[in-house]
Structures are given as structure tokens and as C-alpha cells.
Design a protein around this ligand. Structure first.
Ligand SMILES: Cc1cc2nc3c(=O)[nH]c(=O)nc-3n(C[C@H](O)[C@H](O)[C@H](O)COP(=O)(O)O)c2cc1C
Length: 339
């Protein structure tokens, strides 16, 4: 092992200890993409795969976890969305399978969810979009944090990864492991965040075109063609309907989303919808639109969620090769910095 790898191992040690993996690199859950094939390939290659539960029923999640276990004996996690109406049943499914790590996305965890997950023996990983929320989550007993910047693909917050890392790492990294996500396409950036105190990183966009990913060939082609500036954030139309922005490749679905917001806002005007229901309709819109692109391959009318690092996705290649490249780049960067 070279000295640069020793340094990388040392910097990743806290993250690899926490995840139980060779590398402190999480493959962020991606709805419709992060299922048994990609998750097991990532975990088998030394990273940490995460199943995206998305809108799955408890029965489907049960099947997916069992199928993933059949393909890898390495650790992997499950990502649950807090607003899922069957959240408690999904937590129960994870507990039955002794899932080691549950990642809770989609806002602050509802009362009881934290205790229920921790009670099952799983480690709980949450997202925090600001330092104040990160502190609150630490106080409530979470085990690790992901900080995800605005460069990321999918649902995004307003602040960039570089700012979140500077604001949150100094206070929170001494307390619990923090994984940095959003806009990471190369190992040099991984090395940088590790040196700033991150326990590890989480990447999504970079893994979409893994050979093992079941994303439709059209979806992968769109990624390979796109550059950073094609991955744009959705625009909110109505001040009363605070939709969480989504970053995706610009296409006809951008217009469809505007039309959908207009329709839902109209229903709010006519009091035919409550606010919560209106927001849920918007969320369901995204789930359907993403499925259309990932599963059906309709990359014009579906949502091709992608982060700005999409410009660094050049080809389809095995997950192990993507991880290998990232690790080699990180190790070389550390070597250069030490020289
Ligand atoms: C196609 C796609 C779908 C995603 N779906 C989810 C999801 O279901 N749950 C979630 O917590 N994050 C989701 N994300 C975010 C990723 O888990 C990850 O945090 C993000 O992609 C990291 O930023 P990057 O894209 O710049 O690498 C998604 C991202 C993409 C690109």
C-alpha cells in the first residue's frame, strides 16, 4: 500500500468504521435507480450502497431488502422518506431484516421515528440543510449526518456544498460523523472534504451510469451527453405553494412542472385542496416523472434528475471502476498535497 493510500485510509477511518466498509463513500439513494443491482454492486466493491425506498410499499421494500441481501454480504443501508404515510411499517420492515443503517430523508423526522429506528439497533443517518438543524438533530440522538448542497441531483436545498461544509463541519464533525454530498464528481474533491473534517462523502449522479444500474439506456445516454449547466433547478411558480426545488436535466418536463404547479395552485384558489395535499400532489408528480425517465426511458417528458457533476459522467462502467477511479484520484491528490 502506498503512503497516499495510508493517508486516505486514515482520513476515511471514522467513516469506514461507521459504515463497516472499505471506503467511506456512500452511493446516495436514488428513487428507481438504487435497487438491488446497483446497491449490491456498490457494497461489493467496498462502497456503501443505499436502497431508495421512495414510494415503495412495506411489502415491496421487504422484497427489495431480501433480494439485495442475496446479492451481497456487505453492509448497505435503506433510505426512507419521512413523509411516507407508512413510515412506521417501513421502519418495522428494516428492523425485521436487521438493516444496519437507516437514512431518513425529506425533512425533520416525525416524533417517534428516531426512537423507533434506534430501538431496532440500526444506526440513524439524517440530512441537515443548516447548522441550527444539524445541532438539533445531534441533540435528538442521530448517529451521523449527511450535508447535501444545492449542486446535487434530485430534491435540493438553497445552499451550496462548499458553504455547508464550511459552516457545519467545524461544529458537528467533532460530535458525530458527517458525510458531504452534492457536486462531487472526482476524488480530489473527496480528499478536500475529508481534510476539512468530513468522515466521508455521498455521491449520486456519478453512479447513475454504472453498468449495474438498471436506469434505462436513454437515461444513461442523457447523463453522458449532458454538461454541468444542463442540470437546472426547478422554479417555484406560486408563493403559497413552497415546492422543494428539484435539480434535473432541462427538457420538456420542466414546462410540464410549471403547468402542474399552475393546476395545483388553481385548486388551492378554489379551496378544492388543502395545503398538505397540494404539496403531496407535487411530490407524487416528481415520483411519477422520475419513473417515466428512469424506467420507461422517456427523457423528454420525464424528469431526468441529475446533479451538476453530470458533466463528469463520461461513460457507462462497472461500479467497482467508478469507485476505483475516485479512490485513486483522492489518494493522488493527498500525495501531491503532502509533497
Ligand atoms: C436520479 C436521482 C434520484 C434521487 N433520489 C433520491 C431519493 O429518493 N432519496 C434521497 O434521499 N435522495 C435522492 N437523491 C439524492 C442522492 O441520494 C444524493 O444525495 C445526491 O445525488 C448527491 O449529489 P450528486 O448528485 O451531486 O452526487 C437522488 C438523486 C438523483 C440524481
Amino acid at each position: 500500500m502506498t503512503s497516499s493510500h495510508t493517508r486516505l485510509d486514515a482520513l476515511m477511518h471514522r467513516g469506514t468504521d461507521f459504515l463497516g466498509t472499505r471506503y467511506a463513500i456512500m452511493a446516495g439513494a436514488m428513487s428507481w435507480v438504487s435497487e438491488r443491482n446497483l446497491v449490491s454492486a456498490i457494497s461489493n466493491a467496498g462502497g456503501f450502497g443505499v436502497i431508495a425506498c421512495g414510494a415503495m410499499t412495506p411489502e415491496l421494500l421487504d422484497t427489495e431488502i431480501a433480494a439485495t441481501k442475496a446479492m451481497t454480504d456487505k453492509p448497505f443501508g435503506v433510505n426512507l422518506i419521512t413523509m411516507h404515510p407508512a413510515l412506521n411499517d417501513l421502519i418495522e420492515v428494516c428492523a425485521r431484516h436487521n438493516v444496519g443503517h437507516v437514512v431518513l430523508a425529506g425533512g425533520l423526522p416525525p416524533a417517534g421515528a428516531i426512537d423507533r429506528i434506534k430501538g431496532s439497533g440500526a444506526k440513524l443517518v439524517c440530512f441537515a440543510p443548516a447548522l441550527s438543524l444539524a445541532k438539533k438533530l445531534v441533540r435528538s440522538g442521530i448517529d451521523a449526518l449527511v450535508i447535501e448542497g444545492n449542486e446535487a441531483g434530485g430534491h435540493i436545498g438553497p445552499v451550496s456544498t462548499s458553504i455547508l461544509a464550511q459552516e457545519i463541519l467545524p461544529d458537528i464533525a467533532p460530535l458525530i460523523p458527517v458525510f458531504v454530498a452534492g457536486g462531487i464528481g472526482r476524488g480530489e474533491a473527496i480528499a478536500g472534504y475529508l481534510e476539512m473534517g468530513a468522515a466521508g462523502v455521498q455521491l449520486g449522479t456519478r453512479f447513475v451510469c454504472a453498468t449495474e444500474s438498471i436506469a434505462h439506456p436513454n437515461f444513461k445516454k442523457a447523463f453522458i451527453r449532458a454538461s454541468a449547466r444542463d442540470a437546472v433547478a426547478s422554479v417555484q411558480l406560486d408563493a403559497r405553494l413552497p415546492v422543494i426545488p428539484v435539480r434535473a436535466l432541462r427538457n420538456a418536463s420542466t414546462e410540464l412542472f410549471t403547468a402542474k404547479q399552475r393546476e395545483v395552485a388553481g385548486h388551492l384558489d378554489e379551496k378544492r385542496l388543502e395545503m398538505l395535499e397540494a404539496q403531496l400532489q407535487i411530490e407524487h408528480y416528481w415520483a411519477g416523472a422520475l419513473r417515466r425517465a428512469v424506467v420507461d426511458g422517456d427523457v423528454e417528458n420525464g424528469s431526468v434528475m441529475a446533479g451538476q457533476s453530470v458533466g463528469m459522467v463520461k461513460r457507462e462502467e462497472p461500479a467497482a471502476d467508478i469507485l476505483g477511479t475516485l479512490v485513486a484520484e483522492a489518494a493522488t491528490a493527498l500525495e501531491k498535497r503532502a509533497a
